[in-house]
Design a protein around this ligand. Sequence first.
Ligand SMILES: NC(=O)c1ccc[n+]([C@@H]2O[C@H](COP(=O)([O-])OP(=O)(O)OC[C@H]3O[C@@H](n4cnc5c(N)ncnc54)[C@H](OP(=O)(O)O)[C@@H]3O)[C@@H](O)[C@H]2O)c1
Length: 353
Amino acid sequence: MTSDQDNIKTRAAIIGCTGYTGYHLVDLLLRHPAAELTYLASHRDVLPDLRDEFPALLGRLDADVAQTRPIDFDAIAEEADVAFLGLPHKAAMAYVPQLLDAGLRVIDLSADYRLTDQALYEKVYDVEHDDPANLSDAVYGIPELFRKDLPGATLVANPGCYPTAAALAIAPLLSHSLVKTDRIVINAASGITGAGKSPKANLHFPEANQGYHAYGAIGGHRHQPEIGQTLSRIAGHAVEPLFVPHLLPVDRGILETIYLEPSDPDVTEEDLIDAFVDAYSDEPFVRLRESPPNIKHVVGTNFCDLSVRLATVGETKTVVVFAAEDNMIKGASGQAIQNMNAVFELDETLGLL
Ligand SMILES: NC(=O)c1ccc[n+]([C@@H]2O[C@H](COP(=O)([O-])OP(=O)(O)OC[C@H]3O[C@@H](n4cnc5c(N)ncnc54)[C@H](OP(=O)(O)O)[C@@H]3O)[C@@H](O)[C@H]2O)c1
């Protein structure tokens, strides 16, 4: 392991660099003062120069790094301390055991190690888990909630984009026992990059542009059990939220509006705000806002903006929490870099502010 104190940089490899999260990992690592991008790996037969895939990298990425190389575990381990995987689920777990055996720290942006229950993973993703042995070693990487697990971790399961915003938005209410846990409704919307780079008919510009709709099986989205797992861990008992995602025709950004029932009918808005201040006043990447946040103000950043309100309609009080983040930064690559910083015991904000 290296540290910035003696000026030795943490060396990073990326597998899946030609995708959206891969691009953002490259972009962030190039700005990182204590990390160095050393190995870009691709599974393609004809290995691309990443500057041809992403012309925005022209002039920023040296030719020897920009030329992608095969996924050769020993070569990666020789040149890197940490490997980021920006791969689809199922593809990631095909590489993780060899990367760990080669001595690398691994930060996996896919869903393969996020759910601790193998049977649940197999049901939700409808595939067999090929690497159950490493499931129990994976650390779920939301530093604001589970920071103590990260220093020295060998395998980090980087959370999903929607689950990150939902967990940060709901955690303070659960840890302060301010809400009931039997009816939590998460209404969420994501920009189109959330679906990755591969073209899909429903994401084609004329289909998506100027539209707005819910998608997937209502109450059956893959992120719902992941959110439930985190909320259950914080609450100390099973919590199953309802999660309804929508496709928002913008490039990037997630907004979630979350409805909860107060556990005490006399709760005040001040009590709610106090819980959020208590949880996040020292967190560099969580900003508490008075007004409901706007995705415009978080896009391109590693911030998650939160706002909590108590709405009273007739006799009924509802806790409403708003969360906004960039799906590809705090929802993916930015959080992955934050996790890398925590694993290598660097200042968590390095490369991200
Ligand atoms: N996009 C988001 O906002 C977001 C947020 C949070 C988490 N995630 C998760 O992060 C992961 C990557 O997402 P993404 O949006 O970056 O996806 P993407 O744009 O579709 O990119 C996928 C990458 O994986 C590579 N790949 C595909 N199959 C592979 C295989 N069998 N072996 C090696 N490489 C393979 C692709 O290479 P080619 O270009 O050669 O096909 C590409 O580089 C996914 O698991 C996703 O669920 C995404």
